[in-house]
Design a protein around this ligand. Structure first.
Ligand code: ZN
Length: 346
């Protein structure tokens, strides 16, 4: 029976404060302008400088906090390297600024860097058209379409320009950080090639957003890949983390460091199993992604959250389509309907 989740640290570091979470691994917590209002970043000392894992979102408050940390904690040694877990703006947002300001090199999985460069190009007629088609298919009415158009360029406003040059990192690669070996574990679902870092010597996993305590990582279908099956990728990635020891200290991208990895992996899988069952139940009649959202999310959602929620609903629907337990039919008006296939005895 896996142990319960345990949080070994009391409280959290203040904005711009640095706290040692494991020998030589320093925890930095930065603000975010969302309901999930913070991100955890990690600093590791090298002989000739520092490596930072993830950078924070592009905003003046986060830049000022980094300036303070570099001036105080980093003791005159430069930020040499950024290892970025994935393309989301809270993780890669300040990479361009850190490269310019400190000369830090960007290490990141190729697909994550490439997709950040694509989205970083900002709004375009083709993107707006793709967003419109995708959310119409999901069942959005004309009342929401103005909001849809405005979102297609959102990403570029939350990042500094993604560095032109990359040092690619790959699954299973072993990287020396701070004189210790860290293994790259690439997983899908939350993003394309999300990189987590595991150090067997320390028994520490820098998990990024792939394994979070308390909250389930967002697993969504997005307009740029409208037929994606991200939940299949995510559930497969959980198997990789089951190979790690139960007493691993997990340093997540959000919330607090914890132990009890196997129990958490089990809870994440159960969470999706339950939602898949509810999704299947809801589609006794043909349903849109938006109809299923109303079944899966009972709480009220703000304009930002509704996009994540419809993406999550589609992720569950597409997983069931991939398993042959659901059909997907697109009508002449562009709206796509899902209907469960057969019955329990079929
Ligand atoms: Zn993320």
């Amino acid at each position: 029976m896996p142990a319960e989740i345990h949080y070994p640290f009391a409280g959290v570091p203040a904005n711009g404060e640095v706290r040692e979470a494991a020998p030589g691994v320093f925890w930095v917590r930065m603000p975010l302008p969302f309901r999930l209002d913070h991100i955890n970043l990690w600093l590791i000392e090298e002989d000739d400088g520092w490596t930072v894992i993830d950078t924070g979102i592009a905003c003046e408050e986060t830049k000022a906090a980094w300036e303070r940390i570099v001036a105080t904690h980093c003791a005159g040694k430069p930020l040499r390297r950024m290892i970025v877990t994935h393309f989301h703006p809270d993780h890669v947002g300040l990479a361009g600024w850190m490269a310019d300001r400190f000369g830090a090199a960007l290490w990141m999985p190729l697909a994550e860097w490439a997709f950040a460069r694509v989205l970083g190009a900002g709004r375009s007629p083709a993107a707006e058209e793709g967003y419109g088609r995708f959310y119409r298919a999901a069942g959005f009415g004309p009342d929401r379409m103005e909001l849809v158009a405005s979102r297609s360029g959102n990403y570029a406003t939350r990042i500094t320009p993604i560095p032109f040059a990359l040092r690619r990192i790959e699954d299973n690669e072993v990287i020396a950080i701070g004189g210790r070996n860290w293994q790259v574990i690439v997983g899908g679902g939350h993003s394309y090639e999300h990189a987590s870092l595991y150090c067997a010597e320390l028994g520490v996993l820098i998990a990024g957003d792939q394994v979070l305590p308390q909250i389930s990582p967002n697993i969504s279908v997005w307009p740029s890949e409208p037929e994606a099956d991200p939940l299949r990728h995510f559930l497969a990635s959980l198997e990789r983390f089951r190979q790690l020891p139960e007493d691993t200290l997990v340093l997540p991208g959000h919330r607090r460091p914890f132990t009890g990895l196997h129990g958490r992996l089990g809870a994440l899988a159960t969470h999706h199993d339950e939602r898949l069952a509810r999704t299947w139940e809801a589609c006794a009649e043909p349903r849109t992604g938006l109809d299923v959202l109303k079944v899966l999310f009972e709480q009220s959602l703000d304009d930002h959250q509704v996009f994540f929620a419809v993406g999550e609903s589609l992720a569950h629907l597409h997983f069931l389509v991939g398993q042959g337990r659901m059909t997907r039919t697109c009508r002449g008006d562009g709206v796509c309907l899902f209907e469960r296939w057969g019955d329990c005895n079929a």
